[in-house]
Design a protein around this ligand. Structure first.
Ligand code: ZN
Length: 137
């Protein structure tokens, strides 16, 4: 697959406004976007660190994926996202290799990226996302 870099690290938080304060005031990063992703039932906030982003995720619904994650595991690192090219052919290759995918086809994530998740069962317990900027195609 050969990802080009870590596109972002997703971190589940209970209160995004409180967390933004930590990233801005203590780490000295600037939140450059806040976006709600309705079909994922999350509010996201983004910070740039070099070419990698930090994506904070606050659930907008306790039944959503982040709501359930926090209930089970508490706040913390939720997923790591790798930047790839030709995401749908990567997904096909992963399927052919017997990797357990959450998304067999890419879908739209925050910032207009095409994204898909790989099941932690197949990755040693880490929820992995692969993503592609449509403009980089
Ligand atoms: Zn993500």
């Amino acid at each position: 697959m050969k990802p080009s870099h870590i596109e972002h690290i997703g971190i589940a938080v209970k209160n995004i406004e409180e967390s933004i304060k930590f990233y801005e005031e203590i780490l000295g990063l600037k939140c450059y976007a806040i976006e709600e992703v309705k079909d994922q039932k999350v509010k996201t906030a983004f910070f740039m660190v070099g070419q990698t982003k930090i994506e904070l995720l606050e659930s907008t619904d306790p039944e959503g994926p982040i709501g359930k994650f926090i209930e089970k595991k508490g706040e913390g690192v939720h997923h790591i996202a790798f930047a790839v090219n030709e995401i749908n052919s990567q997904l096909k290759e992963l399927t052919d290799k017997g990797i357990n995918l959450i998304d067999k086809q890419s879908r739209k994530g925050a910032e207009g990226l095409d994204i898909a998740f790989i099941h932690p069962k197949s990755t040693g317990g880490v929820l992995m996302e692969i993503c592609e900027h449509p403009i980089e195609k």
